[in-house]
Write a protein that binds this ligand. Sequence first.
Ligand SMILES: [Fe+2]
Length: 235
Amino acid sequence: MSNISPGAATSPAIGDAATGPAYPAYPARPAGDLRIDPQSLARLRTEFRSRGAAVHGPPAIQADIHAQLLNEALAQRESASWSLIANGCPGEISQHNLRAYLGPHARNFLAAPEVLENLRQVTGYRLVPSWSASCYTYYDGPGQHMGEHCDKEEACRIALLVYLQTIWAPGTQPSTGLQLHVFRSDNAASGLVLRITALSNRIVFLNGAEQAHLRPALAPGEHMTLLAGCYQLSP
Ligand SMILES: [Fe+2]
């Protein structure tokens, strides 16, 4: 990124799992649960309102649900995926990645009452899943990326990104390819407010319809699998 505004320097990248509060052990709960303690919820609300993105975890979701989602994502990749490659012609977003249809575990999670309630608490909106815009997404090889864009407001007023698995080369740090760059307003010239490193079992609440965002190109040895949940305003 060559156009990072001076303000961006005061918005450090969210780097690794070393920071953040300790999380209590999860009791046995039904699938679909997203338990966030009140203190974290208050922080997420503040982050979302000030920057348009709020980051939770890792861990964000309990281990068995995380495993269910990851297993489903890897299975869908084999049976129900398609490649998206676009070079950024006028009216087109530059991108190179793989998408797959959701399975029942992803649908259960995205529509779970506790997930919807946490979304309401963090964003202030009553939301319902937007199934046509939600998918599993995979960045698998060097150069794979997502160009600058805003999400479509009708289909994806708010995005909930669930990072299921991220891998980088041994002995290195994650490159910018494993980051989500979020800008203050609807274009990159408005200034970078946040760089969020994708870590396994981390979630992001994103004001993606109003704030531009992008993913730089992946470096060799890096892989990322995520559940990209989109939400519409509740009718
Ligand atoms: Fe997006």
